[in-house]
Structure formats: structure tokens, C-alpha cells
Design a binder for this molecule. Structure first.
Ligand code: FES
Length: 145
């Protein structure tokens, strides 16, 4: 079996939603300390719905494919639904990732959450902090930049 599914290769070679958004409503940037890869997600939010989303990922192919898929999944979702999207769902939508590449999809989940948290912070919206990754930069593998 090939290491990467056709869907992964498609999203890697033809990533959706690449770029940035001018005057975004929320921006999330996360990095993986081990591999040094960085993912940034921009959100446009209208009436509690993610009306547009773009990403910039400086990282491996799996991270790019995961960002592309995650942005496709959350576009049009309510913020609450987007917060419930897990890296596992992103991996499933990609048809799987090799085990040693699963952490790349974690970046996508964390970047989305970080962008929503930024939106909440900018607008003074109260939230349950436990919904968001918060390792304070101490985590071995992943941390908020
Ligand atoms: Fe760094 Fe994939 S190897 S995110």
C-alpha cells in the first residue's frame, strides 16, 4: 500500500484555501517544537459562522494536506462545530496518515482552535479555557507559538 492516500496527495499537491485574509476576525498560529513546522490559520466570521478561512503552513506534506482538509471541513461551520473538529476526523477525511505523521494533523486541530480563541479574545467573548490547547510551550511535541 502506498504510504500516502490519493486524498492526501491531492491536498498536498493542490492545497485548498492557501493564503491569508485581510482584516481577519481570528488568527491562530501553532508550531511543533520537534520538527519546527508552523501553521497559521485565518478566520472570517459572520453571525457565528466561519464564512472564510485561509492557511499558511511552513511544514511537511502531511501538515499541508491536513491544513487544506481542515479548512475545507470548517468552512461554513458554526464556531462551536469547528471547535469540535478533531485531528482524528481530519485524518479520516484524508483517508488516513502514516502513524508517524499523525502529529502533523494535530497541528491543524490546534491552529483552528487557536484562531477561534483569538476571535473570542478580540471580542471579549467568554469561553471555557479547557476547550483550547494550553501547554504553555512546555509540551515536548507541540506548543502554541
Ligand atoms: Fe512537522 Fe509534519 S513533520 S508537522
Amino acid at each position: 500500500m502506498a504510504l500516502y492516500t490519493e486524498t492526501v496527495m491531492d491536498h498536498f499537491t493542490n492545497p485548498r484555501n492557501v493564503g491569508s485574509i485581510e482584516n481577519p476576525d481570528g488568527v491562530g498560529e501553532v508550531g511543533n517544537a520537534k520538527c519546527g513546522d508552523i501553521m497559521k490559520i485565518y478566520l472570517k466570521i459572520d453571525d457565528n459562522v466561519i464564512s472564510d478561512v485561509k492557511f499558511e503552513t511552513f511544514g511537511c506534506g502531511s501538515a499541508i494536506a491536513s491544513s487544506s482538509m481542515a479548512t475545507e471541513m470548517i468552512k461554513g461551520m458554526t464556531i462551536e462545530d469547528a471547535l469540535n473538529v478533531t485531528n482524528k476526523q481530519v485524518v479520516e477525511a484524508l483517508g488516513g496518515l502514516p502513524p508517524h505523521k499523525l502529529h502533523c494533523s494535530v497541528l491543524a486541530e490546534e491552529a483552528v482552535k487557536s484562531a477561534v480563541k483569538d476571535y473570542y479574545d478580540r471580542n471579549g467573548i467568554e469561553y471555557d479555557a479547557s476547550q483550547f490547547p494550553d501547554c504553555g510551550g512546555d509540551c515536548e511535541s507541540c506548543h502554541m507559538v
